[in-house]
Ligand binder design. Structure first.
Ligand code: NAD
Ligand code: UDP
Ligand code: UDP
Length: 343
């Protein structure tokens, strides 16, 4: 009955006031693999607020239920505990395929599993996309360029990757994942999108993620030395997570099936980055040098003209502003962990 439906709708809007109402014909069924992870949960928020039906598939290797907790119980939301290495049969219109550990300590922890996730996992999601005629967006990475000999990196660069080094499980895993996407596009006419994501940071990064942003902020907040691996002259270009999410959604809904770099071209040395975080947190931590890690890319900066020209995307959050929000998040997390330790 109409009255009950109106009451249910009102109830739902009370719980999640910002969720747009979309008519059924405009509402998409969207699968996000790895949706309980750092990038995934921000993407979930954006797509839920737009009014779509979102299904998250995650095995909780590095993701957490708490990242998507606010949506549990919402009619448009579903959370499935599932490993993408196993086949998955559901009906969807779009697939954002993010499932894969992303931080070097996480992906090196079990290299075989990382390879299986990126190869067999991607194959399964392409098989699913083929069966239900969904568009699949692969979360690829700037790591496909390896330790680049071309700087900055355009999408046309083929890369410089050590196929048997410690990072290979991830780099080569993503490279073959891209290859599989183009094979399914050519042979099976699957609609694919490939985002080459550059270093991304923001709230809800895992505390023990091991990546440079979380390491430096936590070290600075706890008065411990900031650990630079090697000289600190290596560079990265950091993008704030909401910029990435905006790029992913624009790319998915564009008609660009070539790979597209999504990153912020604001390049910094790791040493400069450490100094900036000490200043921002008002910490009196010192900076120390530790041995360099093997095959560490020495420089990295995206060329983003393809995204700009094709779907008008560019990052808008300046480093300082994004870092302030991230520091705030980690401060709160530290407070929470202290109070729960006391209990
Ligand atoms: P994350 O580790 O926070 O999230 C990854 C998610 O995938 C987690 O929720 C994890 O539990 C899930 N997962 C891992 N293996 C799985 C499996 N076999 N089956 C189901 N779920 C699985 O990492 P993130 O930073 O959110 O990265 C998301 C995606 O973006 C990854 O594919 C990553 O390679 C890519 N990416 C991220 C960055 C970055 O700087 N954050 C840069 C380049 C590429
Ligand atoms: N697959 C899946 N969900 C589907 C369809 C396929 O997980 O809805 C898996 C399937 O198990 C297979 C892979 O995707 O291992 C590739 O599927 P495809 O149809 O291309 O290959 P085939 O089944 O013919 O080997
Ligand atoms: N790094 C560092 N100290 C840390 C963590 C990382 O100096 O505590 C360096 C690392 O060697 C690399 C850069 O910071 O040169 C970025 O590392 P991260 O693991 O964040 O990402 P990726 O290497 O995948 O770009």
């Amino acid at each position: 009955p109409l009255e009950e439906r109106v009451a249910a709708l009102e109830d739902r809007q009370k719980k999640h006031p910002k969720v747009k109402y979309l008519a059924e014909k405009d509402r998409k069924r969207i699968l996000i693999t790895g949706g309980a992870g750092f990038v995934g949960c921000h993407l979930v928020n954006a797509l839920m607020l737009e009014g779509h039906e979102v299904t998250v598939v995650d095995n909780f290797f590095t993701g957490r239920k708490s990242n998507v907790e606010q949506w549990i119980g919402h009619d448009n939301f579903e959370l499935i505990n599932h490993d993408v290495v196993e086949p998955l049969y559901i009906e969807v219109d779009q697939i954002y395929h993010l499932a894969s550990p992303a931080s070097p300590p996480h992906y090196m922890y079990n290299p075989i599993k990382t390879i299986k996730t990126n190869t067999i996992g991607t194959l399964n999601m392409l098989g699913l996309a083929k069966r239900v005629r969904a568009t699949l967006l692969l979360a690829s990475t700037s790591e496909v360029y390896g330790d680049p000999e071309v700087h900055p990196q355009p999408e046309t660069y083929w890369g410089h990757v050590n196929p048997i080094g410690p990072r290979a499980c991830y780099d080569e895993g993503k490279r073959v994942a891209e290859t599989m996407c183009y094979a399914y596009q050519k042979q099976e006419k699957v609609n694919i999108r490939v985002a080459r994501i550059f270093n991304t940071y923001g709230p809800r990064m895992h505390m023990n993620d091991g990546r440079v942003v979380s390491n430096f902020i936590l070290q600075a907040l706890q008065g411990q030395p900031l650990t630079i691996y090697g000289t600190g002259s290596q560079t990265r270009s950091f993008q704030y997570v909401t910029d990435l999410v905006d790029g992913l959604i624009r790319l998915m809904n564009s008609n660009v099936s070539l790979p597209v770099n999504l990153g912020n071209p604001d390049e910094r040395s790791i040493f400069e980055f450490a100094e900036r975080i000490i200043k921002l947190t008002g910490s009196n931590s010192e900076i120390i040098n530790q041995p360099a890690v093997q095959d560490d890319p020495q420089k990295r900066k995206p060329v983003i003209t393809r995204a700009m020209d094709n779907f008008g995307w560019m990052p808008v959050v300046p480093l300082e502003e994004g870092l302030i929000k991230t520091v705030e998040y980690f401060r709160d997390e530290l407070k929470k962990s202290k109070t729960s330790n006391k209990k």
